[in-house]
Design a binder for this molecule. Structure first.
Ligand SMILES: Nc1ncnc2c1ncn2[C@@H]1O[C@H](COP(=O)(O)OP(=O)(O)OP(=O)(O)O)[C@@H](O)[C@H]1O
Length: 301
C-alpha cells in the first residue's frame, strides 16, 4: 500500500493549465523529489495533495483512502513562502497549530520542547518569532510542519536561507523522519540535495511531467560527458584528443574533460598511459543538475 498516490491529476485556472496529467506514488518512508523550473506546477500539485484546492480531474489517495478530515491531521506542510506570526510567541503559535491538527495541548507542548531541544534552542519557547533570525525562524517553521507527527510531509525549499551547519541539521532530521516511516514530498531547486535525499523523482516542465523514475535509472539514459584523468607523467595536450570538447578543470596534475563521444574515454586513457602511470581515471555519470538543465533548459522562458 503506497502512502501517497497521485493519479493523472489535472488543474486548470481559467484557460491556464497549471498541472496536466501528473501521476506518481510515494512509499512509506520514502523521500520523493518533485522538481521543475519556476511556474512548472509544483506548488499547485502540493496544494492539491494538501487538500487546499481540488484537482479538476484525477485522484489523490492517502494510504489507499480518499481525502477527508482524517487526512488533514496526517499531512504536514512547510511552504516556500514562510508564514509565522511575528508578534506571537513561538510556543503559542506552534501549540495552536498542532491543536488545529487534532493534537492535545499537553502532547503538543511536549513535542515542541523535544524539537526545540533537538535543535538546541530551548530558549525559543518563550520568544516572539520576530526576535529570531531568518534562519532560526525557518527552523521554527519546520517544527510547525512536523509537530503533529504527520505521515505525509511536504517540504518546499526546506533548506533555503539556512547556513551550512543548519542545512546539515535539517537534512539529517529529514532522513530521521524518513527512517521513522514518514513519506516526504521534497521540492527544491537545489539538485545536490535531491541527489542526496531522493531515490525517485518527477521533473515537471510547463505543467507536464517530463521525466520520472529512479534517479539511478534516469542517469543511465543521459550520456556521460565528463572524464577525469590524472597521471604521474605530463599529460598536457589532452584537448587535442578526438572527442574532447574542452578542459573543464585542471589542478594538481589532474584533468576534468568535457567529451562528446562515448569512445573519447578510451582515447584519453591511451594518451595518458603513453605518458606514465595513471593515478586516476573515471568516466563520470551526469549530475542531476546537468540532467535538469538539459530537460527543462530548452524552450525555457
Ligand atoms: N491561483 C492561480 N490562478 C491562476 N494561475 C495560477 C494560480 N496558481 C498557479 N497558477 C499558474 O499555474 C502555473 C504553475 O504555478 P505553480 O505555482 O504551481 O508553479 P511552481 O512550479 O510551484 O513554480 P515556482 O518554482 O516558481 O514556485 C503558473 O503558470 C502559475 O502562474
Amino acid at each position: 500500500m503506497k502512502a501517497l498516490q497521485v493519479e493523472r491529476i489535472i488543474k486548470n485556472f481559467g484557460d491556464k493549465t497549471a498541472v496536466n496529467g501528473l501521476s506518481f506514488e510515494v512509499s512509506q518512508g520514502e523521500i520523493y523529489g518533485l522538481l521543475g523550473a519556476n511556474g512548472a506546477g509544483k506548488t499547485t500539485t502540493m496544494r492539491m495533495i494538501l487538500g487546499l484546492i481540488l484537482p479538476d480531474e484525477g485522484d489523490i489517495r492517502y494510504a489507499g483512502k480518499a481525502y477527508s478530515n482524517e487526512q488533514l491531521s496526517m499531512l504536514g506542510y512547510l511552504p516556500e513562502e514562510r508564514g509565522m506570526y511575528p508578534k506571537i510567541k513561538v510556543s503559542d503559535q506552534i501549540i495552536y497549530l498542532a491543536q488545529l491538527r487534532g493534537m492535545s495541548r499537553k502532547d503538543a507542548d511536549q513535542n515542541l520542547k523535544r524539537w526545540l531541544d533537538k535543535f538546541q534552542v530551548p530558549e525559543y519557547y518563550n520568544k516572539k518569532v520576530e526576535e529570531l533570525s531568518k534562519g532560526n525562524q525557518q527552523k521554527i517553521q519546520f517544527i510547525a510542519a512536523v509537530i503533529h507527527n504527520p505521515r505525509v510531509l511536504i517540504l518546499d525549499e526546506a533548506f533555503s536561507g539556512l547556513d551550512p551547519v543548519n542545512v546539515e541539521l535539517l537534512k539529517s532530521t529529514v532522513k530521521e523522519l524518513r527512517d521513522g516511516g514518514t513519506s516526504i514530498v521534497f521540492s527544491t531547486h537545489r539538485m545536490e540535495h535531491v541527489e542526496e535525499l531522493c531515490r525517485n523523482i518527477t521533473i515537471m516542465h510547463k505543467s507536464n511531467p517530463v521525466l520520472q523514475g529512479p534517479i539511478k535509472e534516469i542517469k543511465k539514459k543521459f550520456p556521460q560527458e565528463r572524464v577525469v584523468v590524472a597521471s604521474e607523467g605530463d599529460i598536457s595536450g589532452l584537448e587535442n584528443v578526438a572527442g574532447v570538447v574542452n578542459v573543464l578543470r585542471h589542478e594538481h596534475g589532474g584533468y576534468e574533460l568535457k567529451v562528446d563521444d562515448p569512445q573519447a574515454g578510451q582515447r584519453i586513457l591511451q594518451h595518458a598511459l603513453a605518458q606514465g602511470p595513471i593515478k586516476r581515471f573515471e568516466v563520470l555519470e551526469p549530475t542531476l543538475n546537468e540532467i535538469f538543465i538539459k530537460t527543462v533548459g530548452e524552450n525555457h522562458e
